[in-house]
Ligand binder design. Structure first.
Ligand code: CAA
Length: 396
């Protein structure tokens, strides 16, 4: 077992950190305040090669391992959650799932453009009446010759207005009480597709979120991912990748809280003494440090399992569950340490507080992961070997 990061990892981490500080942090207060997402950041992420991290060179990616993806997510979320969300939906939920489930022809058709950022991918599973209970989704696909006709709607879709293509999960129209789920790559230019932004979010206000609608959208059959009947498994394996990016990003929020609190603890004085000398403040700082360091171990383990081609559904659920809870606690404590200054957006910690709350809801709520962990331990749930696996890292 090797806990050390390679020099390649360290360089990538440094590059992602600098990118975040130079391209994301400037203007974030205004974009967050005005709920305005800046598409040019997405384009810059593509130009910097960030959207091709962990995609093999054969498909136009950087050929780096899966730990690299976690490191990038951590450093981007240290700047702002909206940038990490781009990695979650484009790289995690969309591109890695395509790498796992696509035919050779599909991977060659789509991955190079996704890796370069010339095309942006997103994910559509959640519906107005199917969130945690994903199996209740209502979007239908009806086979018609060489195509499927899609009808339905998806909600809470990150990058709904920006993505060029969506990994969408539907059920066969005539599959009755035991639905047959099917997954597709749906191009937004197809007739009958449209999107609408969602307004009024508590957090991640600098990110684009919306609804997507399918009104008799004719999707060519060669855009189906996997076989008919694989759709739910594809959705769940997409979440294995998405949850990894959320878990690693959550560590970045904790680091950002520590960055802000360290400065404030030295600057702010009470009766001539830095507040960092106060033991109740030190307790909160120590908890943040524990959350950051334990969080890294949890996501490094998942990255290592991905590199080795091992199934990691249980471990990634644990990492996502614990890291998101610890990020929210760190952000709450960061507000506490800043006192009244933590309650306004002059300081970044109130944004961390709002942004970290969302991650306890999306990609499996705090409660879903609690139940999943208990079920594994009690033997009600176990992981079988997968029919189709994410390719292990070639250099592993
Ligand atoms: N990889 C491949 N296959 C998997 C899998 C995985 N990770 N996990 C499960 N499967 C397979 C199982 O083996 C099983 O196959 P068989 O029927 O052949 O045995 C099948 O899928 C069903 O799995 P489960 O029995 O585990 O399903 P369940 O009904 O018990 O799952 C649940 C319940 C865990 C709560 C699941 O529904 C769940 O995770 N819900 C949360 C959904 C979620 O996170 N949604 C957020 C989406 S994010 C989004 O939409 C917004 C955005 O843009 C980011």
């Amino acid at each position: 077992m090797d806990f050390g990061l390679t020099s390649e990892h360290q360089l990538l981490r440094e590059m992602a950190y600098k990118f975040g500080q130079q391209e994301i942090v400037p203007g974030i207060q205004e974009r967050d305040r005005e709920a305005k997402s800046d598409r040019s950041i997405l384009e810059k992420m593509g130009a910097a090669g960030l959207l091709g991290v962990s995609i093999p060179e054969a498909y136009g990616g950087s050929g780096t391992d899966y730990i690299s993806l976690g490191l990038v997510c951590e450093e981007l979320e240290r700047a702002d959650t909206s940038a990490r969300v781009v990695m979650s939906v484009h790289s995690g939920l969309h591109s890695l799932t395509l790498l796992q489930w696509g035919t050779e022809e599909q991977k060659k058709r789509w991955l190079p453009q996704l890796a370069s950022g010339s095309k942006v991918g997103a994910f559509g599973l959640t519906e107005p009446s199917a969130g945690s209970d994903a199996i209740s989704l209502k979007t239908t696909a009806r086979r018609d010759g060489d195509s499927y006709i899609l009808n339905g709607e998806k909600t809470w879709i990150s990058l709904a207005d920006y993505a060029d293509q969506f990994l969408v999960v539907a059920k066969l129209a005539d599959s009755g009480d035991k639905p047959t789920f099917v997954a597709f790559i749906v191009d937004r230019t197809l007739a009958g597709f449209h999107s609408k932004p969602l307004k009024g979010k508590l957090g991640v206000r600098a990110g684009n979120t919306g609804q997507i609608f399918f009104d008799d959208v004719r999707v060519p059959a060669d855009c189906r991912l996997g076989e008919e009947g694989d759709g739910f498994k594809i959705a769940m394996s997409a979440l294995d990748h998405g949850r990894y990016t959320v878990a690693s990003g959550a560590v970045g929020i904790i680091t950002a809280c520590l960055d802000a609190c360290t400065v404030y603890c030295h600057d702010r004085k009470v009766q001539g003494e830095e507040i960092g000398r106060k033991q109740l403040v030190q307790q909160m700082i120590a908890n943040m440090v524990a959350g950051r360091d334990i969080g890294r171990l949890l996501y490094y383990q998942v990255g290592w399992m991905k590199n080795a081609g091992l199934r990691h559904t249980r471990e990634v659920s644990m990492a996502k569950w614990q890291n998101c809870a610890n990020a929210f606690k760190a952000a709450n404590d960061a507000v506490e340490i800043h006192g009244a200054y933590g309650y306004c957006d002059e300081f970044p910690v109130e944004r961390y507080f709002r942004n970290s709350r969302g991650a306890m809801i999306y990609e499996g709520t705090h409660e879903i992961h609690t139940i999943v962990q208990a079920e594994y331990e009690l033997g009600y749930r176990s992981d079988k070997p997968l029919k189709v696996t994410l390719p292990p890292f070639e250099g592993a």
